[in-house]
Design a protein around this ligand. Sequence first.
Ligand code: C2E
Ligand code: MG
Ligand code: MG
Length: 407
Amino acid sequence: MVERSMVKILVLDDEPFMLKLLARMLTNQGFTSVTFCKSGRAALERLDAVDTRPNLILLDLNMPEMDGIEFVRHLVERNYADSLILISGEDERMLQTVEKLVQAHKIMVLGHIQKPVKPEVLSALLEKWVPSSTDSPKAMKVYSADEVRAAINNGELVNYYQPKVAVATGKVAGVETLVRWRHPVYGIVPPDQFIGIAEAYSLIDDLTRVVLTSALAQAKAWQDAGLELRVAVNVSMDSLASLDFLDFVTGLTSKIGIPPQKIVLEVTESQLMGDTRIPLEILTRLRLNRFHLSIDDFGTGHSSMAQLRDIPFDELKIDHSFVHRAWTDDTLRAIYDASLALARQLDMEVVAEGVEDRDDWNLLLSTGCDLAQGAFISRSMLAKDLPGWMEIWQERVRNGFANDINI
Ligand code: C2E
Ligand code: MG
Ligand code: MG
């Protein structure tokens, strides 16, 4: 239950009638700190004054003079990092688009409301309000190339593994290797905070080799323990720009004693990519050597149809942004279905990423998706935790997830 006295609401709508209606709804729901503005200009004045600064804005998108989108731009300029609820008479699709746009600016969008506003819809969104986290230093930190280089060289990178399971049978088909940085001060740092730096400063090759070497050693350990797992490693296109990558990978697999069929290379296009001819050659030769190739984050800007045309991939991973909630969202569903159909037609295995709940899982089941990955199955974990997790998972599958509580 939201502590109502903590929420400072600003309602911005050009229609006096709407302002009155919302005032009544908010009062009825116990919110006492509420200010009303009829124009963007007036609202910005409130924002600029420290004592009237809101931490939740109810924003009408359609206003004369300054519309809602322009108002959001001003919010961004003012580093507004609290919450927002969008209100509009526009259709659902339009509202979702604007919601994405705002989220991209790191403003917390609690959701959107269609006019006419229903009290229960408003109340459900207000319940989602949380005080804005004063961002931890960990989340804000920007690491230097030297720090990332030292992390690679000092063995501070650790591999985590996230299971990929067969949807039809629940069988654990493999794992994806996801690197983390065990930072001596900041703890576990996620890859999004250092992969980009590694790519920009030509450190990605070294990073890939470190990750790959320990992932293959782990794959061998699982193989020796009788676990039939395919081990996937993320390889950014940059690493494929040097011809000795092929020798490195083939040399390593034969030295460690892992058949290349057991290794999946998940390829993502880096933003910095220049010449694509060398990666193309290397990928094709890797495929000839029986490594499995996977096109990662399919459907996002970094993974394109051209790649699909040029490279003989075995697996297509539908990006999580098109999977979670696709069962209820027509746009996501259309993209999900199209990706699935495309993969089928090209005779590729399909992995859906971002399977977060039972509803997502059921969609995969009913549409015949091959493999699933995501929080519903398991988050990534250390290798030592995998056998224990497998037992729990198999039990969940046996029970048809009947005993799951609130996942
Ligand atoms: P990715 O390859 O698409 O990996 C999937 C990401 O989704 C992982 O984030 C994973 O933790 C996260 N994820 C797992 N389950 C769910 C879920 O249910 N919902 C949602 N929304 N997300 C989920 P992570 O580990 O932070 O990795 C982020 C990205 O960093 C990876 O995306 C991959 O592109 C990159 N990355 C990770 N390890 C490496 C690596 O060794 N080398 C390179 N080049 N890139 C890596
Ligand atoms: Mg991946
Ligand atoms: Mg992905």
